[in-house]
Design a protein. Structure first.
Length: 317
């Protein structure tokens, strides 16, 4: 665990809202997508003049389970939250934890991010079609790296492989790492052939020329950014769009005044020029959605869809 702050004075729990200090647990290691989202949110809060200090704690690994468990173990006064992705329900679906979505309060979605396939520059796998054709001949012929299990990184391999005609998805060679930062190192080191990861975790490497994007999970071909002109799954004849979201959760039964404060503060952050500028640089989309709407229109429908997909490949426990 890495924390960005030194020792700070404890909050007087009777002060109410807004509190002088809050804690954001990023369910990923430094350099990963959740870490980046947490940090630009802090910068957005500062830029918007929100008069509360937000300290950041990184808890990577374990598919986000340690980070989510940590926020549930702390006092439920609204001063500690977790920045997480759809692993908040995927981990329960696949049986890696007993914690379910019902154990948490969705506060707000902050960003969305497309998934990409990355290869090292000069790789023999110079297109997604080349990869998929090889998989149809031998499902174990390509070493895929993914940031964590379960995740959209994983679904971004399983779904196109399934729709392209790969017969036995259980034979696919998927290697999971603690997070996107470790995954990128393994790709650069040549220990994996293809990395499936979020766009925000790929931009810096693409700009350096070390890697190339060969597929993107956007609904249509992108006209700018790191994945400009890269084929989508739709371009390859598959009905697949993966819009990877990241947002903020508190414990179940979080105090209403805490939820209201967080939603207002996060909205100010996401709408700040600083948040927008950093998001564009990372290739992610500012996409604030408040908790109840987020739960009903995005999270629950995606939970049902993901359950159906994972059931087909025998990953539902």
């Amino acid at each position: 665990m890495v924390t960005t702050t030194a020792c700070m004075p404890d909050i007087d729990r009777g002060e109410g809202y807004p509190p002088p200090r809050v804690t954001a647990i990023a369910a990923g290691s430094p350099g990963g997508g959740l870490d980046l989202t947490t940090r630009i949110t802090k910068d957005g809060l500062d830029a918007a003049g929100v008069d509360t200090f937000m300290s950041i704690e990184n808890m990577g690994g374990g598919g986000g389970n340690p980070a989510r468990a940590a926020v549930l173990q702390r006092e439920n006064d609204g001063t500690s939250v977790v920045f997480e992705s759809n692993r908040i329900f995927l981990s329960n679906i696949t049986g890696t934890t007993d914690m379910s979505l019902d154990d948490f309060t969705p506060i707000a979605q902050l960003t969305t991010d497309y998934e990409v396939w990355l290869v090292k520059s000069g790789s023999e796998f110079d297109s997604a079609k080349t990869v998929l054709d090889r998989l149809k001949d031998d499902p174990a012929a390509v070493n895929f790296g993914i940031g964590t299990v379960p995740s959209d990184d994983q679904l971004n391999v399983l779904r196109p492989a399934s729709q392209s005609g790969v017969k036995d998805l259980n034979d696919l060679n998927l290697v999971a790492f603690s997070d996107g930062g470790d995954l990128n190192n393994e790709l650069l080191g040549g220990r994996i052939d293809v990395a499936s990861t979020g766009m925000s975790e790929a931009v810096e490497l693409v700009e350096s020329g070390d890697v190339e994007i060969i597929a993107v999970s956007a609904p249509k071909t992108m006209k700018d950014g790191a994945a400009r002109g890269v084929p989508t799954w739709h371009d390859l004849g598959m009905n697949i769009t993966i819009n990877h979201w990241r947002g903020v959760f508190g414990p179940a039964d979080m105090p209403d005044e805490a939820v209201d404060w967080w939603q207002g503060a996060l909205k100010e952050s996401v709408e700040s020029d600083e948040f927008v500028k950093q998001s564009e640089a990372l290739g992610i989309n500012p996409a604030y959605v408040p908790g109840d709407k987020w739960l009903d229109t995005i999270i629950r429908p995606e939970e049902q869809e993901s359950t159906e997909v994972l059931k087909k490949v025998g990953l539902v426990k």
